[in-house]
Write a protein that binds this ligand. Structure first.
Ligand SMILES: [Zn+2]
Length: 334
């Protein structure tokens, strides 16, 4: 049921992101002799790459946490990092085209750009929807919120690192096996905990449309996302229609995101009496860089627990998971 059309507030955040992009601190480039230098884009991908690479590689993210990755333009200083990197991992699926273009224009001879999303999903399985309409040609890029694709990303990272640094093969293979195990545990615990919700309650109405692939793979129903592709504010008429839909569909909760705080969702929540939960995140890790919870797996556990509990379920499996996370040493611009 695609009742909720995309509306738009992104313009504000688009500008915000650009201005933040302009103020982003230049990150130090690690020239440690002999170490592979790997550039990455959004923080969940930086986390996955860093877990596979271990301490053998210098890993540097590009998109600051808390910034809208969909409109992010890299500052000129990023060209220096991209000119030195041996490997550049991007999500692809047209998420970071400005960064990809800058990489292509600046990368050194022998360097390689790897589009993790494009390596993980056939074009025929791309999802176009309200926030990412086919007419714009940009598919929903959020594969990493789905453990199945996160594992595929990790496998592609492992393979690319082995090609770039064959001597590290056994380390990359071991780190990949560890990641696969943790991501599988997250996936299995999610499947177990979501049974505490009746099928009809596994329903998502979000501000930011980051769970399309997750929903398809785990049997959830995305009834809508409020953030439009045209970056305009929802009109009062559209908000009124959303309020009617929330009432008609009897949703238990509506979900905002930390990166895109939304007055509109808050307003809909107030108007309908439906719980408004604003703590989902698609690419802003928990805690601070270097802390144990600053990782892909902690982020996704937090998101799944938030969704299931807000909709009336319980999460004993996810909450008791020992994720065996230790802080990583990648650089995450803030
Ligand atoms: Zn996103």
């Amino acid at each position: 049921m695609r009742l909720v059309k995309t509306l738009g507030i992104c313009a504000i955040f688009g500008l915000f992101a650009v201005s933040l992009g302009g103020c982003t601190k230049t990150v130090a480039i690690d020239d440690s002799a002999g170490k592979l230098l790997v550039a990455t884009t959004v923080s969940p991908i930086t986390s996955i790459v860093s877990q596979i690479a271990g301490d053998r590689v210098s890993v540097q993210g590009i998109v600051p946490e808390g910034v809208n990755s969909h409109t992010f333009e890299p500052p000129p200083s990023t060209a220096k990092l991209l000119s030195k990197a041996d490997l550049i991992f991007v999500n692809g699926l047209k998420l970071e085209d400005p960064t990809k273009d800058m990489a292509a224009a600046n990368m050194k001879s022998g360097a390689r750009i790897v589009e993790l999303g494009n390596q993980s999903i056939a074009k025929s399985d791309w999802i176009f929807d309200f926030s990412f309409p086919a007419k714009d040609g940009k598919p929903n890029p959020h594969l990493w919120t789905d453990p199945i694709y996160a594992i595929k990303y990790a496998k592609t990272v492992r393979n690319a690192l082995i090609v770039a640094d064959p001597e590290g093969k056994s380390l990359y293979e071991k780190n990949y096996a560890d990641f696969e195990q943790v991501a599988t545990l997250v996936s299995d615990s999610l499947k177990s905990d979501q049974k505490s919700l009746p099928l009809a309650s596994r329903t998502l109405l979000t501000y930011h449309d980051a769970y399309a692939y997750f929903s398809r793979d785990y049997g959830w129903n995305v009834i809508g996302a409020i953030q439009p592709s045209n970056f305009e504010d929802p009109t009062p008429k559209e908000i009124a229609r959303l309020i009617d839909q929330v009432r008609a569909l009897k949703v238990e909760a509506i979900f905002g995101s930390e990166v895109f705080p939304s007055k509109v969702l808050e307003e809909i929540g107030n108007e309908t009496g439906v719980r408004y939960v604003d703590t989902l995140r698609d690419d802003d890790l928990l805690g601070e860089p270097g802390q144990p919870e600053h990782s892909w797996q902690a982020l996704m556990r937090s998101n799944y627990v938030t969704m299931i509990e807000a909709l009336g379920g319980s999460c004993p499996a996810l909450k008791s998971l020992n994720l065996e996370i230790k802080g990583d040493s990648a650089i995450y611009p803030q």
